[in-house]
Design a binder for this molecule. Structure first.
Ligand code: PPS
Length: 297
């Protein structure tokens, strides 16, 4: 969206249609998971198909909000929204699945968000810190957070309720995503324009292929993680993943990390370890209680 493509005569243009990018990402993911389902036998599928449409729509819309928000928000606002994703996911878990959380889960979620914000603001490229955040930007970012948290929470609920496998979920969600994005692109008559952009700037086709291969392979891990560990663990992993990407680029390009940045990283990892520790303690306490109760009876 931000880079310029050059044609044979040297004239330059940017690709503007974020919906098409979502479409190409989903189509390869659908084909990959569909092929896997054809080759590998799966347990019987019991989920009503329409239930996938909700998380498919929220996933497409969250990606669209995210791509669009980039045009209207300042870099610190993006960082703040991305770094605190865990909080809306917990709220959504309460609303959608009536999940109850322990105090330590709230505390560590807030600490992870603060730590990530400190680290990302401190270590990222400060040149990106330009432009103001407009109201449309705030609405788009809010939409992104809301829809993104709904997506993984809803998927988590489907995994639990229907015992669907991660590849079955990936195939069904992406089938809906392809249909929805294709309908929208048709309705706006975008395909002829996109086709002409592709023929004029062939390097764009390679970039589309690359982004969709990465996106589809990433999705295999995304669905597997949610099915095995749930939406909260997934969002923590996604958040830390961003931190690691920045840390790696700091190490590779020898960018300096200040004391604030180091404090941010320590806070994030400290909170994650605290969470794991409290989780294990709680599990041990519950097991002891269950054993004591069964002895009593
Ligand atoms: N729950 C769930 N199901 C399916 N796909 C999902 C899910 N959560 C994130 N994603 C896809 O992962 C890509 C990165 O998402 P995010 O940018 O929101 O993540 S992060 O903030 O960078 O951690 C992004 O892919 P693209 O839309 O292709 O860019 C998201 O759509």
């Amino acid at each position: 969206m931000t880079q310029e493509y050059e044609d044979a005569s040297g004239s330059k243009a940017q690709f503007q249609d974020s919906q098409f990018l979502v479409f190409v990402n989903r189509i390869l993911a659908f084909l990959m998971s569909g092929l896997y389902l054809l080759i590998q036998r799966q347990p019987q599928h019991k989920t009503p198909l329409y239930k996938y449409a909700f998380c498919s729509l929220s996933n497409i819309m969250s990606s669209w909000c995210q791509y669009e928000a980039l045009k209207y928000v300042s870099f610190p606002s993006q960082v703040l929204a991305k770094a605190s994703k865990i909080i809306p996911v917990m709220v959504m878990g309460k609303i959608v699945s009536h999940t109850t959380y322990e105090y330590y889960e709230y505390v560590t979620a807030i600490l992870i968000s603060i730590g990530m914000t400190l680290f990302m603001l401190d270590s990222s490229d400060h040149n990106k810190n330009n432009g103001a955040t407009t109201l449309s930007g705030v609405i788009l970012l809010g939409g992104y957070l809301l829809l993104d948290s709904f997506t993984s929470t809803w998927q988590n609920a489907l995994f639990i309720d229907y015992g669907v496998t991660s590849v079955q979920m990936m195939c069904a969600v992406n089938m809906f995503s392809c249909l929805l994005t294709a309908m929208s692109l048709f309705q706006q008559s975008s395909f002829p324009l996109i086709f002409s952009f592709m023929t004029t700037y062939p390097r764009f086709i390679i970039d589309c292929l690359l982004i969709s291969i990465c996106s589809a392979s990433g999705q295999l891990y995304i669905f597997y993680t949610i099915s095995k560990f749930g939406s909260i663990t997934f969002v923590i992993m996604m958040t830390i993943r961003q931190g690691l990407a920045i840390l790696l680029s700091c190490l590779i390009y020898h960018h300096e990390i200040t004391v604030v940045g180091v404090f941010g990283i320590l806070l994030v990892f400290g909170s994650v370890f605290l969470r794991i520790y409290c989780n294990n303690r709680l599990r041990i306490i519950r097991r002891r209680r269950a054993t004591a109760n069964s002895i009593k009876h």
